[in-house]
Design a protein. Structure first.
Length: 48
């Protein structure tokens, strides 16, 4: 069996376009106020 060599660095352009389309198609960027899970928020510090 031949081993596959991993790239030395991550190339986001090779994978993110496909995943982003999937995430949008599945509605994963949309909040559901009636969802089953607990409500939460993520605090992002202001830009400096």
């Amino acid at each position: 069996m031949a081993q596959e060599t991993l790239p030395k660095s991550y190339e986001p352009a090779q994978v993110e376009e496909r995943w982003y389309a999937y995430w949008e198609r599945e509605g994963l960027f949309t909040a559901d106020p009636a969802g089953k899970g607990p409500a939460y928020s993520i605090v992002i510090p202001p830009p400096t």
